[in-house]
Design a protein around this ligand. Structure first.
Ligand code: PRX
Length: 645
């Protein structure tokens, strides 16, 4: 784990920006003075409650938090109806840009009607408060409409990223016990229609799931098999519903969604988020970290709704604030490498929120590509998902932000629900590559192995020291795993799983995960999950997976595999195993490199030393191998990798 020791380039907030900024230094002071009173104020200012709450935080049974517990609200009402009631019904909520160039815009009034129709349709299918609905859709407005329809009914959604395989969908449906799946015939990716519905059919083929209804959005118009009695077209069922629906108020702690994410073991965790606290912190961060002005901004978060960033900053954050946002279906280079910049020019986007991997890819394509477009509407740039190296940060600021837009690097996780560490623009002097300091109302620290805070210029583990409103409420159906994973490493502190260091100014720099979680293009993958996918193939005896450093994607998946006796260590086996991982988990998890080896480095107690394999994958001098049961193993592996390369 390495990072720059010194970063002397800092950027004071531009005076003009600071003058109009929503945030101020006072906000930090207020939160410092009384954290709970601070969040109480945010919850009242930003959210419309049906019944007011009397208690801010109930932390009587840690680590199980309840925020604003006796208050009631409807999350969809907060994201839709209240904006219409306030006279903003004609404001565009979503400008949708399909990959082939088709477009659709929904005003807040239209979006409210669509969500009401979808809520009525789900009710017709038997969905009630407390149920779970699986959502397996491309980046199209129906994804957001379905999520909000669930929220409106008090049912929890479980969105499964459209790039995940049928097996991944199946295990998530089973764990969440979802009764309804909302999907599409397909979506457009890289210039072609890519089918989605067949994966749903496969996931349901064994007949062991509780799913009795599948709603299918027609997106590509490709031939699609429909199962009689189970599958119905969205346009038929939703289309015939009334555009009216009275939202019922639910308790603040009513589950809003489950989102599965990779952990240290092979089985993804169902991260559970609830309503009132989540929406409060998401809306607060929209206002302060993105300096959002709902009347004039055009916000664009490029993340897919299948990830937490798309939940908090496509579905809930922008709509809770009533801003206009852009939603784009496809890849950044289809049909040409300037597509993102063309979209910014077309819609006059003012705030862009993207991942470092996309920025590094654009750097590779060359700045001339972006320079062909008018990006002068932009006023703020955000980064998320992985550490942003200072050079990419500088490029982002200069080429995309025209040297005038503050860049905010936002650190957070599926588990934290919303931004946790980020400089507030207009207040904090920004520093390339660092997420810097927690947002007001959030308390974090960097601690050593014994849980003691490290000094400035030292490295350790990132912890959150006080509960926060948008925190996960648990791992679905697994309270022990929740305690064990996040709250057992250090007493009374949330263990994030990230290495971090403070620089001389006390600013926080992220150093990557300290557990067996990889970050590939800002997507979170587990080494254990890919290993178990590999060993489920009959040709594989053992497998070890590491994340190797990668210039563009941050990390890439590298696998070391021992074959069973009769299997042939040739190229077709390598390709077959890569495809197998794609089938088990999804294309994003396919190893970029797969090495067939005779042995894996193990300690005397039989634990695989991935650290040494990572050195090989990174093409580095192999580190201390003295604890290996057989010290010569690493030479053999290095040699065979070099020969294979
Ligand atoms: O390692 C951190 C990295 O992404 C992990 C969380 O992944 P996920 O739950 O998929 O959520 C990603 C989007 C919020 C973290 O544990 N990470 C996220 N943002 C940053 C980051 N690492 C460094 N800097 C960031 N800004």
């Amino acid at each position: 784990m390495e990072s720059l020791q010194h970063e002397e380039r800092t950027f004071a907030p531009p005076a003009e920006f600071a003058q109009q900024a929503n945030a101020s230094a006072q906000l930090y002071e207020e939160a410092q003075e009384d954290r709970l009173a601070f969040w109480e104020k945010q919850a009242r200012d930003l959210i419309s409650w049906d019944k007011d709450f009397t208690e801010v935080l109930d932390w009587s049974n840690p680590p199980f938090a309840k925020w604003f517990a006796d208050g009631t609200l409807n999350v969809a009402y907060n994201c839709l109806d209240r904006h219409v009631e306030a006279g903003n019904g004609d404001r565009v909520a979503i400008h949708f840009e399909g990959e082939p160039g088709d477009t659709r815009s929904y005003t807040y009034k239209e979006l409210t009607e669509e969500v009401c129709r979808a809520a009525n349709a789900l009710t017709e299918l038997g969905v009630k408060a407390g149920d779970r609905v699986a959502v397996y859709l491309p980046m199209i407005p129906e994804a957001v409409i379905t999520m909000l329809a669930c929220a409106r009914l008090g049912a929890a959604h479980s969105v499964v990223f459209g790039g995940f395989s049928s097996d991944a969908l199946h295990s998530r449906i089973m764990d969440a016990e979802a009764r309804v799946v909302v999907t599409a015939d397909g979506g457009y990716r890289r210039g072609k229609a890519s089918p989605l519905k067949p994966a749903v059919d496969e996931a349901l083929s064994a007949g062991d799931t509780p799913v009795d209804h599948v709603l299918v959005v027609k997106r590509t118009g490709e031939d699609t098999d429909m199962v009689e009695g189970r599958d119905q077209w969205w346009s038929d069922v939703v289309g015939r519903q009334s555009p009216e629906h009275s939202p019922e108020a639910f308790e603040a702690e009513n589950p809003l969604f489950i989102l599965y994410t990779s952990g240290t073991t092979g089985k993804p965790k169902g991260i559970l988020h609830t309503s009132g606290g989540y929406l409060t912190q998401v809306a607060f961060s929209m206002r302060t970290v993105f300096d959002l002005k709902p009347e004039t901004d055009v916000f664009w978060c490029t993340a897919d709704v299948g990830w937490i960033t798309g939940h908090s900053y496509v579905a809930y954050g922008p709509l809770a604030c009533g801003v206009t946002q852009v939603m784009y279906e496809g890849t950044p280079d289809t049909p040409h490498q300037g597509r993102w910049w063309e979209i910014i020019e077309k819609y006059g986007a003012t705030i862009l929120y993207a991942a470092p991997t996309a920025i590094r890819t654009s750097m590779k394509w060359g700045e001339e590509v972006a320079q062909k477009y008018d990006l002068s509407s932009l006023r703020l740039l955000g980064s998320v998902g992985e550490p942003i190296n200072p050079e990419a940060w500088m490029w982002y600021r200069r080429v995309i932000g025209g040297d005038r837009c503050p860049v905010v690097d936002t650190w957070w996780q599926t588990e934290t629900g919303a931004h946790m560490i980020a400089p507030l623009p207009g207040v904090v002097e920004t520093k390339p590559g660092s997420s810097q300091c927690p947002i007001p109302g959030v308390s974090v620290d960097v601690v050593d192995d014994n849980g003691k805070p490290v000094g400035n210029a030292d490295a350790g583990y990132l912890v959150v020291t006080e509960p926060w409103p948008s925190m996960l409420r648990g791992v679905y159906k697994d309270p022990e795993r929740f305690k064990e994973t996040y709250w057992s490493r250090f007493e009374n502190m949330y263990f994030a799983g990230d290495g971090a260091r403070r620089d001389e100014d006390g600013d926080i720099w992220f150093l990557g995960r300290v557990d067996d979680v990889m970050n590939v293009s800002g997507h979170r993958l587990s080494t254990a999950e890919i290993e178990s996918a590999l060993v489920s193939h009959p040709a594989v005896a053992e497998a070890a997976v590491v994340g190797a450093a990668d210039e563009t994607s941050g990390q890439s998946v590298v696998a070391f595999v021992i074959l069973r006796g009769s299997a042939q260590p040739d190229d077709s086996t390598v390709e077959e195993l890569r495809q197998h991982v794609g089938k088990e988990i999804g294309a994003i998890a396919k190893p970029k490199r797969l090495h067939i080896v005779d042995e894996l480095p193990k300690t005397r107690s039989g634990k695989i030393m991935r650290r040494l394999l990572k050195d090989v994958a990174d093409n580095k001098q192999v580190g201390d191998a003295t604890t290996l049961a057989d010290a010569s193993v690493m030479d053999v592996i290095s040699q065979s990798v070099q020969q294979g390369a």
